[in-house]
Write a protein that binds this ligand. Structure first.
Ligand SMILES: Cc1cc2nc3c(=O)[nH]c(=O)nc-3n(C[C@H](O)[C@H](O)[C@H](O)COP(=O)(O)OP(=O)(O)OC[C@H]3O[C@@H](n4cnc5c(N)ncnc54)[C@H](O)[C@@H]3O)c2cc1C
Length: 400
């Protein structure tokens, strides 16, 4: 078993850490107050080669692994989870296309967005006001009309919606079939694609979410990704992978909370000594550091499994709920360790607390992650032989 990163991964990690130190961490609090898309930082991340890592070389991308993406997400998430979300949103938007589209489709619709001088953005459009966790309840419709589809519907919470040039849209082509009637489309920005309400958030204010309204949007039939009815499968395969990216951002937040709290515990004196000398504080730090480490291992393991073509649903769900719960708990503990200073906005940890909360919600809430994981566990247990046998009333079998 080898926990070392490859040479390429190690270099990417170091580049992302350096980028974060130089361009993200020192500006995160100031930029958050602007409450807008962090354009300059994202432009620099694009120029540094930290975006669109998973696009295959045939479509102009570097064709890197999911593990590589998680390295960038963890490093940038350490500096600011909101900026990390803005940077990695293309991973989510384009993943369904890498999974379901042909190379010709990728070359036509994605390559021009990832090879120019300026970064261009995609947006992943699944959620609707009445269809959150239950995506099959969506009302967006795509109707075939000759060689075109006509799309109508309103999506909400769409990250990078106002920035996007290409929308990956999930719509029902056969409503009566519920999730089996969903299809996936690439929709270029046009006058009939409108940006609605901009969501106001508690945290991660260095990323932007909006409603995206599709009003009689006509796209050629070539914009269908995969076949009609494959949308739900494509969405689930996408989220199985991209959840490792959210886990990675959360791991960055969890680690940052440890580091800020430990630094403070060393320099803050009370009762004539550093507060880190008090066992009550030291034990909290130990638990926080262990949580961050475990989150990192689960995240990288899930990404590694995906990169090796192994089933990843359960493991990416584990990574997502564990790492985001770790981020939340560590952020709360860091505020506690820093006492009154932890509660002030000029110190970084209250922001960690607000930013961490979102990682427990987006790309599938942690209840949904536990649902995904528990279904896998129960399925696997059917054929599990634990070696334990109970005789009950003379019959072989479990006690009921
Ligand atoms: C900042 C932000 C960015 C986002 N970005 C995007 C994006 O780019 N694209 C996109 O499509 N969506 C995006 N989302 C949407 C996000 O994925 C959803 O908010 C999330 O999946 C939950 O849906 P919901 O908010 O409608 O909550 P609901 O589904 O209404 O859930 C409400 C509560 O009920 C619980 N619940 C629901 N069903 C079950 C169940 N079966 N068992 C147990 N508990 C359950 C949930 O866990 C939650 O606690 C974003 C959301 C936010 C806040």
């Amino acid at each position: 078993m080898d926990f070392a990163l490859s040479e390429q991964e190690q270099k990417l990690w170091e580049k992302a850490v350096e980028f974060t130190r130089e361009h993200i961490t020192p500006r995160a609090i100031e930029l958050e107050k602007r409450n807008e898309f962090p354009k300059e930082v994202v432009q620099k991340a694009y120029e540094a080669g930290l975006m669109n890592l998973h696009i295959p070389p045939e479509a102009g991308g570097p064709g890197m692994s999911l593990l590589s993406e998680t390295l960038v997400s963890e490093a940038t998430g350490y500096g600011c989870a909101g900026i990390a979300t803005s940077i990695m949103c293309n991973n989510l938007a384009f993943a369904p296309l890498v999974i379901g589209a042909t190379i010709e489709q990728l070359k036509t619709y994605v390559e021009p967005l990832i090879t120019g001088k300026e970064p261009k953005f995609g947006a992943f459009c699944l959620t609707e006001r009445k269809a959150g966790s239950d995506v099959a309840g969506m009302a967006t419709r795509a109707v075939r009309d000759g060689d075109e589809y006509i799309i109508n519907g309103v999506k909400c919470f769409i990250t990078n919606g106002p920035q996007a040039s290409l929308f990956t849209v999930f719509a029902s082509t056969q409503p009566e079939l519920k999730h089996k009637g969903l299809s996936c489309f690439m929709v270029p920005k046009s006058k009939n694609v409108k940006i609605g309400h901009i969501e106001n958030k508690m945290g991660q204010n260095n990323s932007v979410q909006s409603e995206v309204i599709f009003e009689d949007v006509r796209v050629p039939k070539e914009c269908l990704v995969g076949k009609e009815g494959e949308g739900f499968k494509i969405a689930m395969m996408t989220l199985d992978k991209t959840r490792a990216g959210i886990a990675a951002i959360a791991t960055g937040v969890a680690q940052r909370a440890v580091d800020e709290a430990a630094k403070f515990a060393n320099i803050r004196h009370q009762f004539g000594q550093p507060i880190g000398n008090f066992q009550g504080i030291g034990f909290m730090l130990a638990d926080m550091a262990a949580r961050a480490s475990a989150a990192r291992l689960l995240t990288r393991y899930a990404a590694w499994r995906a990169d090796h073509g192994m089933p990843v649903s359960k493991d990416s769900a584990f990574a997502k709920f564990f790492a985001s719960d770790a981020a939340m708990q560590n952020a709360v503990d860091a505020v506690q360790i820093m006492g009154g200073y932890g509660y002030l906005t000029e110190y970084p940890v209250e922001k960690l607390m607000r930013d961490a909360k979102l990682t427990q919600i987006y790309e599938g809430t942690n209840q949904i992650q536990r649902l995904v994981a528990s279904k896998s566990i129960l399925r696997e247990s059917v054929n599990l032989n634990t070696g334990f046998h109970v005789k009950y009333e003379g019959r072989d079998g479990p006690m009921i």
